[in-house]
Design a protein around this ligand. Structure first.
Ligand SMILES: [Zn+2]
Length: 275
């Protein structure tokens, strides 16, 4: 089995498709594993419910393919397909089709998944945020297990990581959120057969353009938690539960976006895996 890991550098290693001896061979060479935190939630009329999980897994596959060329055998771990409820009960994410688990359930689930991976011999586990509501549980689990086991659990929030490079990549010059141009573009690159562009409609929430006090923007976008609040009027006049300009999305933009995200993830993993 180790032969496969050492010689077939361009094969992406998918945890779910590997055998127990494959995993034993992988941990013997200190392979890292990456776990995507996705969601099952409404993404408007044009994107499937599992949009976050699709993007997360494709991001991991692309990072694995890139790092394989450099001899780093990043294993695409099992995805967590559910996330916690949105911040506000009246959030558009609560529309039909959304399946949520509580923050406590996610924390316990993620803890147990990571603890099993550590029992299997993994010593470096990456948690990739692919659904912003999952970020809080992700940090707690990473902190707990890194402090109490031999493993390092590393969290990755590419929204913050690629921020300087993301500007100018999209066609729209307005903020793009849930189901907007960025997500739609990546889904056009990942699973075009699941995107219904004829259903894509724009919507822009009622948000102040500038922070009203310093650091007053959401933690998952790199804001401080000095003032943590949600504006209950944010989604007034919502059309179908998305924010942004999805009709401007193209697969080409999706590919560009993935390239920047994947390079950022690879740079973080490269640094950790340096000899
Ligand atoms: Zn999404």
């Amino acid at each position: 089995m180790s032969v496969r890991l050492e010689t077939d550098h361009h094969k992406v290693l998918i945890f779910d498709e590997m055998t127990s001896p494959d995993i034993a061979a992988a941990v013997a060479v200190n392979a890292p594993v990456i776990v995507t935190l996705g969601a099952m939630e409404q993404h408007g009329a044009h994107l499937p419910l599992s949009t976050d999980t699709y993007q997360g897994l494709d991001t991991c596959r692309r990072a694995s393919a890139l790092l394989a060329k450099e001899g780093i055998p990043l294993i695409v771990g099992p995805a967590i397909p559910f996330g916690p409820p949105p911040f506000l009960s009246e959030s558009p994410k609560a529309l039909p089709g959304t399946i949520n688990i509580s923050n406590d359930t996610l924390r316990a689930l993620l803890h147990d998944v990571c603890a099993s991976l550590i029992s299997s011999g993994f010593r470096r586990i990456y948690l990739l945020m692919s659904n912003v509501e999952s970020e809080y549980a992700m940090h707690i689990v990473a902190k707990e297990l890194t402090e109490t086991t031999e493993a390092n659990i590393v969290t990755l929030n590419w929204l913050i990581g690629i921020r300087p490079k993301y500007k100018g990549m999209l066609v729209s010059d307005k903020p793009q959120g849930h189901g907007g141009e960025g997500e739609t573009a990546r889904m056009l690159a990942t699973a075009p057969h699941l995107v219904r562009m004829e259903e894509a409609r724009p919507y822009h929430p009622n948000l102040p353009l500038e922070p009203v006090v310093p650091g007053d923007f959401l933690p998952y976008l790199g804001g401080a938690i000095g003032r943590y609040r949600f504006d209950r009027d944010e989604f007034r006049g919502m059309v179908d539960g998305i924010t942004g300009d999805p009709q401007l999305a193209t697969a080409e933009t999706g590919e560009k976006s993935y390239a920047v995200i994947v390079e950022w993830i690879a740079s973080a993993i490269r640094f950790d895996m340096r000899p």
